[in-house]
Design a protein around this ligand. Structure first.
Ligand code: NAD
Ligand code: ZN
Length: 232
């Protein structure tokens, strides 16, 4: 293949072994809160303090967390693969960056970023954001976490769909396939003629749409897969 192209989608499962809970984990942060309360614009309008506290807690956890072998293997793939590798993540942590990945596409936003609800300006989030923090650009007391909530449009969709339409390989890692549009990426890649592979602990909702599955923990399956790509 002349200049092959890989698109990778990661989800909460790749960060699970770094101690950041997935959404379904029993007793996890998400289990203690309703999605409608902490991950929707309506929830933020109703109780901004609850939402700020929720993301302040997640941000504090994420800052402490260390990347694992799966994040590191993907950074190595980006560095060493003779072709394009687009790394798209649904995760709002920075563990791909900590592992050395660059140009990570955060389709659901990022904990380390703040967004102005009035003018859409973005700036680095302080560890603890406060309700009513002023926007450094327009001064409005409208700071919010730069997180894509349910009902909002994921970021960078044009770039992601363009890459999927030319992908030779599509890999989904640690994602349950419950949340669209990410859950539909495997179909876009398949239409484009890509080879598709799922690496997940449990079969995802969309496992049947993948050509190949590599079940198991990401810290094992991802380094093995990267090895097979780089040596294949
Ligand atoms: P998820 O929690 O829905 O799924 C995580 C997947 O990772 C599971 O299928 C699990 O089997 C797998 N997994 C767990 N440990 C693993 C390991 N060590 N190695 C490999 N796989 C492992 O997370 P998601 O798919 O990233 O969720 C998608 C998006 O949904 C999130 O970005 C978030 O924005 C949004 N969200 C989802 C929920 C929900 O309840 N699904 C709640 C709030 C937000
Ligand atoms: Zn502003």
């Amino acid at each position: 293949m002349a200049h092959p192209s890989i698109v990778i989608l990661t989800g909460a499962g790749i960060s699970a072994e770094s101690g950041l809970g997935t959404f379904r984990d029993e007793g996890g942060l998400w289990a203690q809160h309703r999605i409608e309360d902490v991950a929707t614009p309506e929830g933020f309008a109703r109780d901004p303090q609850l939402v700020m506290d929720f993301y302040n807690t997640r941000r504090a956890q994420a800052v402490e967390a260390t990347e694992n072998a799966a994040h590191r293997a993907l950074a190595r793939l980006q560095a060493d693969f003779d072709g394009d590798v687009l790394l798209v993540t649904q995760n709002v942590d920075s563990l791909h960056e900590k592992a050395g990945s660059t140009d990570v596409v955060h389709m659901h936003g990022a904990l380390n970023s703040a967004l102005c609800g009035a003018c859409d300006h973005r700036w680095p989030a302080p560890l603890q954001m406060q309700v009513g923090d002023a926007c450094p650009a327009c001064g409005a007391p409208s700071a919010r976490p730069d997180i894509v909530w349910f009902g909002e449009m994921p970021y960078h969709m044009d770039r992601i769909e363009a890459a999927l339409s030319q992908a030779d390989i599509f890999a989904a890692i640690g994602t349950s396939g419950n949340v669209y549009p990410a859950a539909g990426f495997v179909q876009l890649a398949t239409y484009a003629g890509a080879k598709t592979v799922e690496m997940n602990l449990d079969p995802s909702m969309t496992v049947n749409l993948f050509e190949e599955t590599r079940p198991g923990k990401a810290s094992q399956t991802v380094p093995e897969w990267v090895e097979s790509i780089l040596n294949g």
